[in-house]
Design a protein around this ligand. Structure first.
Ligand code: PGA
Ligand code: MN
Length: 605
């Protein structure tokens, strides 16, 4: 530390010296022109929005169509998470495991020091304190991100409890997660008009032991809003492992049956598999309601009463726009009516937004996400397949009034799911917690546009955490088994289920209508919790008895209903073989319980 503080003279008076000194260190390294400490106020947000419009980073939408809403267009090379550039730099490679990119921390620090040196020259460095979870909740955790991207500040302002309230929580003994973000080396002369600067070189780096995050070269959501995937999942999975709680890539919802009994459900599906749609479900069954608590991340901790309590650590939704429409997710459409930042969707001629699936018919003319003229005859989609909306959770009409309860909500059921054209039934209940951990551990899904890679390819995505675990995946499974044992001891372990909305018939058609009809599977799950309905054994677990789910009311034929639960021994044996290969790849840390469950699965075939 230099004796005279050159950069942080404008730090708020109550900022803890640990934060001030860290900010000073990062400023010395990255050499920004100035530092702005964000207070999270409405005035600050409006000022930054106006500045971004002035700079061309944001386009203000027509206030009559979409009040106080904006469109951002990214650099075409910066549209999704880059898993190949995401690193878990634990001291020992074995603590990152075979599913993560690992690099030795000392080497990585040297590489990053080189890249970050002078990286913020000519720009403002924003200091962005935030709380994951309600400020002051025993389940909440704190962080501070520095960034040179106003878009990232605005996004963090929506996605977290950002600003002075969070900073005030940090005292001399408070643990907080430092997160350093830069869009990369300063612009070359002549590049000043680039509206979404980023760098060819990208690094998203986590040091799980020291709980630090460093991200370079990208301004895209999951790479740059470090509170979200980097902190609330990767670093938090490590913190949770030490402290006895679970960081999960799960939505949270509250379902209430016609008798008025409520159930809380956490559901883990991979990215772009419908977590937001499920969290905002409008049940097709009369008398049922579903309320939203979160759409992406849940922190689950055994509570004082022995139940599993859950909070949504986030404060907003960063959802996939395409496929979100009046018929698929009317609640999301209502949420997005105002105060929303859209990224990489299309612009209509009257200054509103459009994306594939918003309406049945596309407008006759649009400006596409690349800023080009677009008509329905154009070859490429008008919105990028991973285009997004960023909006505050409290604007969601279905938000539960308990969504920000500092004590969290008690979880009754945990659901795993993915996109599976074959093999996996519509719904099945795990025999017990251990079987549920096996369901989560062996989860697979077809690849979506949320990350780089080949679309449609089947990949294992254990616990829907493949891109988001800060630990060895097998350690993550053991941790789930350990937490389950504590819950079992008190008789409070939630029931575990697996669902699949995406099974297809031989003709390639979806067998299940999905969306609001998914309430039928959800209702069955709650009936299992209440012990109101029987189930029958299948290789996957316990499945509904005849008549337990009214598929006719969902418009499904009895042939399709049977196909939704059909067992193809040959295909399942091939899948079990694939699981052998997968478990072998996970190495010697695979818990015996998971191996035992796999043998049992085989023996049931
Ligand atoms: P998701 O998260 O891919 O799980 O939707 C968004 C992101 O952070 O990129
Ligand atoms: Mn997600």
């Amino acid at each position: 530390m230099t004796a005279t503080v050159t950069f942080t003279g404008n730090a708020p008076a109550n900022a803890d010296s640990s934060v001030v000194e860290w900010v000073e260190d990062i400023a010395q390294l990255t050499q920004p022109d100035r530092i702005v400490w964000c207070d999270g106020s409405d005035e600050e947000r409006q000022r930054m929005l106006d500045e971004a419009v002035e700079a061309g980073t944001l386009i203000k939408l027509n206030p009559e169509k979409r009040p106080n809403s904006y469109l951002a267009r990214s650099n075409p090379s910066d549209v999704a998470r880059v898993e190949s550039r995401t690193f878990i730099c634990s001291e020992h490679e074995d603590d990152a495991g075979p599913t993560n990119n690992w690099a030795a921390p000392a080497e990585m620090r040297e590489t990053l020091n080189g890249l970050f040196e002078g990286a913020m020259r000519g720009r403002t460095m924003y200091v962005v304190p935030f709380s994951m979870g309600p400020v002051g909740s025993p389940l909440a955790r704190l962080g501070v991100q520095v960034t040179d991207s106003p878009y990232v500040v605005l996004s963090t302002g929506t996605m977290t409890r950002m600003g002075a309230g969070a900073l005030a929580q940090i005292g001399p003994d408070t643990e907080w997660v430092p997160a350093v973000h830069s869009i990369g080396a300063p612009l070359l002369p002549g590049e000043e008009d680039v509206v979404w600067p980023c760098n060819e070189t990208k690094y998203i780096v986590h040091y799980p032991e020291s709980r630090e995050i460093w991200s370079y070269g990208s301004a895209y959501g999951g790479n740059a809003i470090l509170a979200k995937k980097a902190f609330a999942l990767r670093i938090a999975s490590k913190i949770g492992e030490r402290e006895g709680w679970l960081a999960a890539h799960m939505l949270l919802l509250k379902a209430t049956n016609p008798e008025g009994r409520s159930f809380h459900v956490a559901a883990g599906f991979p990215s772009a598999c419908g977590k937001t749609n499920f969290a905002m479900l409008q049940p097709s069954i009369p008398g049922w309601t579903v309320e939203t608590i979160g759409d992406d991340i849940a922190w689950l901790a055994p509570g004082p009463d022995g139940s599993l309590r859950a909070i949504n650590p986030e404060a907003g939704f960063f959802g996939v726009a395409p496929g979100t429409g009046h018929s698929t997710n009317p609640t999301a459409i209502a949420t997005l009516e105002r105060d929303t930042v859209f990224t990489n969707v299309a612009l209509t001629d009257d200054g509103d937004v459009w994306w594939e699936g918003l309406t049945d018919e596309a407008p006759s003319h649009l400006i596409d996400w690349l800023g080009r003229d677009w008509t329905p005859d154009s070859e490429s989609p008008a919105a990028h397949p991973n285009s997004r909306f960023t909006v505050s959770a409290h604007l969601c009409p279905s938000i539960a009034d308990t969504w920000d309860d500092p004590a969290g909500v008690p979880i009754d059921a945990i659901i795993f799911g993915g996109r599976r054209a074959t093999n996996v039934p519509l719904v099945a209940q795990a025999r017990d917690w251990e079987h549920g951990v096996y369901m989560g551990a062996t989860l697979a899904s077809e690849r979506t546009a949320a990350a780089e890679g080949v679309l449609g390819e089947l990949r294992r995505d254990p616990f829907a955490m493949l891109p988001f675990s800060g630990t060895h995946m097998a350690d993550h499974w053991q941790h789930w088994l350990n937490v389950g044992e504590r819950l079992n001891d008190t008789g409070n372990a939630p029931l575990v289920f697996q669902v699949n909305w995406f099974r297809r018939g031989e003709d390639g058609r979806f067998l299940w209508p999905g969306f609001s009809e998914n309430s039928r599977a959800l209702a069955w799950i709650t009936e299992r919790i209440e012990g109101r309905t029987d189930a029958v054994e299948s290789p996957f677990g316990l499945v509904p008895v005849d008549g337990a789910i009214d598929y006719v009311a969902a418009g499904v034929s009895s042939e399709d209903w049977e196909a939704l639960f059909a067992i193809d021994p040959e295909a399942l044996n091939a899948e079990a073989d694939d699981t052998d290969v997968f478990l072998a790849r996970m190495g010697t840390k695979v818990p015996d319980a998971v191996k035992r469950q796999h043998e049992e699965f085989r023996s049931r075939l």
